[in-house]
Design a binder for this molecule. Structure first.
Ligand SMILES: [Mg+2]
Length: 333
């Protein structure tokens, strides 16, 4: 039975690899699969060494520069368990978090609805999500609250302009942030999910006063380690934020029906396209600070939809023209 099932799937893609990684005089073991990417391998190494993926240089006999390409599948690289991998890299300094090195702006691509459905339904991507669910723990800062919906928020360009410079980071905060979070908290638990590192997330949220505001609490914070790399026929390999990870860990509280996520990059929604709201990016804070009222308007939207039983039937792309009264009439008459 076992041999039958293992021959039924391609051994090249699902084969598990155990790799020995030498770093800073110590040896670590990481487990990956052939259908993981180099980027995913670096995340696993980050887990055991705390060296951020972007700071890792991997050395391995006979593979040349292949390990520098994060999008390459491990099955395309001749890795053998008899060789050891060496990683060169430094743990991010405890105090200095380099703002300039937060992820580069990569132009977002408009993923067609059909393609998004295709990506989320691909067995290989579902398997990656299952693996992430099994590996990744979400640390709760505050308990989940019965009967609340869930709001998941990106940081960079969503709540904060991380590319501009200012003497005081508060100058780069999106206007109405605290008013928005305070209002949302009445009906939604709030989680923060950034593609950067947890250190950066914590520094940023502390600087903005989000972690000690008396009017709301943050339920949890997630970083790049919670993301998965998905494969798409049209767009190649890229990272996204699968809400299924949260739903699997807290099924009694959160589901596709009561979760909404704001992000300026819509590819981050690709595993759950019905739950994502593409927010207008907040850039050039100094010029736009006096006029940006996106969070104020979104507060009204969150209120308007907060008593609906199923948020996933909405088209969040059209949030600005959402008319709650006629929506309910149309749906429930
Ligand atoms: Mg962003």
């Amino acid at each position: 039975m076992a041999s039958e099932s293992s021959s039924a799937v391609s051994p090249m893609t699902v084969e598990e690899l155990t790799l020995a990684v030498k770093w800073s005089g110590k040896e670590h073991t990481v487990r990956v699969c052939g259908d993981d990417t180099v980027g995913e391998l670096k995340r696993r190494i980050c887990e055991v060494t705390n060296v951020l993926p972007k700071r890792q240089k991997l050395l391995y006999p006979k593979v040349g520069a292949k390990l520098a390409d994060d999008s390459l599948l491990l099955s395309q690289i001749p890795l053998k368990s008899s060789f050891k991998m060496t990683m060169i890299g430094t743990v991010e300094d405890d105090i200095i978090v380099d703002q300039v090195e937060s992820p580069d702006i990569i132009d977002d691509f408009e993923i067609e609805q059909d393609e998004a459905v295709d990506i989320k339904d691909k067995e290989i991507n579902k398997e990656k999500l299952r693996r992430r669910i099994a590996q990744h723990k979400i640390v709760l800062r505050n308990p989940c609250r019965e009967g609340k919906k869930l709001l998941v928020l990106d940081i960079d360009y969503t709540l904060f302009d991380h590319r501009s410079t200012a003497e005081n980071p508060l100058e780069l905060m999106r206007p109405y942030l605290h008013e928005f979070l305070s209002a949302a908290y009445a009906a939604y638990d709030i989680m923060i999910w950034s593609a950067t590192s947890m250190k950066w997330v914590e520094v940023k949220m502390k600087q903005l006063g989000v972690l000690d505001n008396p009017n709301y609490k943050i339920t949890a914070m997630l970083d790049h380690m919670a993301m998965i790399t998905v494969q798409s026929d049209h767009y190649g390999v890229f990272d996204c934020k699968p809400l299924g990870l949260i739903w699997a860990h807290f099924p009694e509280f959160y589901s596709p029906k009561n979760t909404i996520m704001f992000d300026d990059l819509r590819r981050n929604f690709v595993m759950n396209p019905q739950n994502g709201l593409p927010i207008k990016p907040f850039r050039k804070a100094h010029a736009n600070r006096s006029s940006d009222d996106e969070l104020m308007k979104l507060t009204q939207y969150l209120f308007a939809i907060s008593d609906l039983d199923d948020l996933s039937v909405l088209d969040h792309k059209k949030w600005e023209s959402f008319d709650g009264v006629s929506f309910k009439k149309h749906r429930y008459s």
